[in-house]
Design a protein around this ligand. Structure first.
Ligand code: A3P
Length: 343
């Protein structure tokens, strides 16, 4: 089926990896589809908002933050918002990050059957669950900051010609461990890690796969003046250096003391205990909204899980480690993209 922007939507080939993954989750009963060109996997319900995303009005003073999920998006959002907003920690702690930096396509990750409950709860609509595209459009200029996980080809037209964009990535071994936790706490995933891992390296794990294509799309444009490419591992290793890089990119100047204070504000423990950014509100909203859907979910799970580089060593078997390395090699060969697995 051809849709706005000359894209084609195709069914995903029914493989054992997809079938097992699909059976293990409760959030997407309508299944998943693939966009071509690019091959990005998205829930079928995303097709509802594809038009509005392709028609989204991008502004010259917009700042976009893009990533594959679990690669340090929230961390980057909080860093960028504070840099842009003159280190206004008071507002940063008072207003949820979901409202300060909306997630453009969030509504497209929600099946319509959840809308009634979502709309009925005013707290939930505050997170943009039922109107994320409108919520994003309503943010005033200058310096609107928006979050997306879309691959370059599915971005609203003109993001890459008009706006500034910061892309953050992370090594896929840590990303898959973090993504498994995410699906358990957000998307009613009740299967094993092994099933999840198989779907991830088969490039069909629910949304935004294939991982390497998402990264490479942005890696290939990293030298554009309006694009900044950063990594989770760089932030873990030397957060202040990344803050300085982002300040330069956004043409903001702060003193050494201010940069050190921002690094403290962005520290994992500080963010984990900060209700404006730790997504306890989003988890609660998802829990309320999906109440009654077939799953017990992992109620004890946290969005701010470990915040480390190298935790994959505690989760991946030797065989999985070998398979993910082969998969990276296969999909990045001929490029100079290299992930950092340990710091
Ligand atoms: P883990 O699950 O490995 O702990 P995203 O925001 O893209 O969904 O990424 C979430 C991941 O970033 C989670 O990883 C989360 O704990 C981690 N994270 C969030 N804030 C962080 C911070 N201040 N320092 C380090 N890691 C952080």
């Amino acid at each position: 089926m051809e849709v706005t922007g000359g894209f084609k939507i195709e069914e995903i080939e029914d493989t054992p990896a997809l079938e097992e993954f699909y059976k293990s989750q409760g959030a997407f009963k309508e299944g998943f589809i693939r966009f071509q060109p690019g091959g990005c996997v998205l829930p079928r319900c995303f097709t509802r908002i594809h038009d509005s995303i392709q028609n989204f009005a991008v502004r010259e003073d917009d700042i976009w933050i893009s990533s594959f999920p679990k690669c340090g998006t929230t961390w980057t959002q909080e860093m960028v918002w504070n840099i842009v907003n003159n280190l206004d920690y008071e507002t940063a702690k008072k207003v949820s990050l979901e409202d300060r930096v909306p997630f453009l396509e969030l509504t497209g990750l929600l099946e319509e059957r959840f809308f009634d409950v979502a709309e009925a709860e005013s707290k939930i609509s505050g997170t943009g669950l039922v109107n994320s595209v409108q919520q994003s459009a309503a943010i005033s200029s200058p310096s609107r900051i928006l979050k997306t996980h879309l691959p370059v080809e599915l971005l609203p037209p003109h993001v890459l010609t008009k706006a500034k964009l910061i892309y953050v990535t992370r090594n896929p071994k840590d990303a898959v461990v973090s993504l498994f936790n995410h699906w358990r706490i957000m998307d009613k995933y009740e299967g094993t890690f092994d099933v999840f891992f198989d779907a991830f390296v088969a490039d069909v794990a629910g949304y935004y796969c294939p991982f390497n294509s998402n990264v490479l799309g942005y890696w290939n444009i990293r030298d554009q003046d309006n694009v900044l490419f950063i990594t989770y591992e760089e932030m873990k290793k030397d957060l202040q250096a990344v803050i300085r890089k982002v300040c330069k990119f956004l043409e903001k100047e702060y003193t050494d003391v201010q940069i050190s204070e921002l690094a403290t504000h962005l520290d994992f423990k500080s963010m984990k205990n900060n209700p404006a950014v730790n997504k306890e509100d989003v988890l609660k909203a998802f829990e309320d909204m999906t109440r009654g859907s077939s799953s017990t979910a992992a109620k004890d799970g946290k969005f701010m899980r470990k915040g480390e580089t190298g935790d994959w060593k505690n989760k991946l078997s030797e065989e999985q480690n070998r398979r993910i390395e082969e998969w990276v090699e296969k999909h990045t060969q001929g490029t100079d993209l290299r992930y950092t697995y340990t710091i």
